[in-house]
Design a protein around this ligand. Structure first.
Ligand code: BTN
Length: 275
């Protein structure tokens, strides 16, 4: 399928409200979504969490600046005011069992990788869901699911994509922006609209049960998949090859001795050249 084929047949109309800009996008799954633009908020995940249940699936809270932008674990997410995309999407993937939640992570990662691949080559997903261009991180995802009776009830998908920022100051190991890679500046609103449609497409795949396709696409662009590389588990450094990611998200690495190890998120780190 051509990259742009799935962006067809979408219509939209605009409507302005004070500091907030709300765009209603008519589409297949994301019907009457709101894109709520705020100048500043603590974290779009917190803002979107408060709206959850009151807005249509696919609605977005987008901030120019987050005072407490959160990364995974105790990390903060650096993003210069008005320079990048920092937003959270509200989803209700009630069709997914809690044990299938890694499919949501995969679909979101793939949607960001699809999107960034429209502008640059060599986009990869670094397990479990960082988006890399070569050895540098261009986007991160913070998913917060709420589970009810073994099924996902609602999900806040926090996404940070580095777009126009030219210098990173926080000491994050390897950030990169699209502008640093291409030398161009981009219109954030246009990009967010485009991304929302790609996300809708990837989300429709898991909604339609296309898990094999999602698995295949994920493994195809998984960073260091099938390549000998260095890893660190606790204090132990070792060389191995990624051979699989289980349906529940565990990473399987095989050492040259043939011994296989299974890791949960944060139990293993990639050792990246030059860092
Ligand atoms: C990571 O890679 O550590 C995850 C980064 C997630 C950052 C985004 S920015 C929008 C949303 N709001 C937050 O506070 N965090 C996520």
């Amino acid at each position: 399928m051509h990259r742009f084929d799935y962006f067809k047949n979408h219509t939209k109309k605009n409507k302005r409200q004070n500091v907030c800009e709300i765009i209603i996008i008519m589409s297949k799954i994301f019907k009457n979504i709101k894109i709520i633009k705020v100048e500043e908020t603590e974290s779009t995940n917190i803002y979107a969490g408060k709206l959850s249940g009151t807005v249509s699936e696919g609605s977005i809270v987008w901030a120019d600046y987050q005072t407490l932008g959160r990364g995974n674990g105790s990390n903060v997410w650096e993003s210069q005011r008005g320079m990048n995309l920092t937003f959270s999407v509200v989803l209700y993937p009630t069709f997914l069992k809690a044990v299938q939640q890694f499919y949501l992570s995969k679909a979101i990662s793939l949607s960001i990788a699809d999107f960034i691949s429209l502008y640059v080559n060599n986009v990869r997903i670094k397990w479990p869901n960082d988006i890399y261009v070569e050895n540098k991180k261009i986007a991160g995802i913070l998913i917060e699911n709420s589970i009810e009776r073994d099924y996902i009830n609602e999900s806040i998908i926090g996404i940070g994509i580095n777009i126009n920022q030219e210098i990173f100051l926080s000491g994050a190991p390897n950030p990169v922006s699209l502008c640093q890679l291409t030398g161009q500046k981009y219109d954030l609103k246009e990009m967010l609209d485009l991304f929302s449609k790609i996300l809708e497409y990837r989300y429709s795949l898991i909604k339609d049960g296309e898990f094999a396709l999602i698995d295949e696409n994920y493994m195809d662009i998984l960073y260091k998949n099938g390549i000998n590389a260095m890893y660190k588990a606790g204090e132990i450094k070792f060389e191995g090859v990624i051979i699989n990611v289980e349906k529940t998200g565990e990473l399987i690495i095989k050492e040259s001795s043939g011994k296989q190890h299974k890791f949960l998120h944060k139990e293993v780190e990639y050792i990246i050249e030059g860092l």
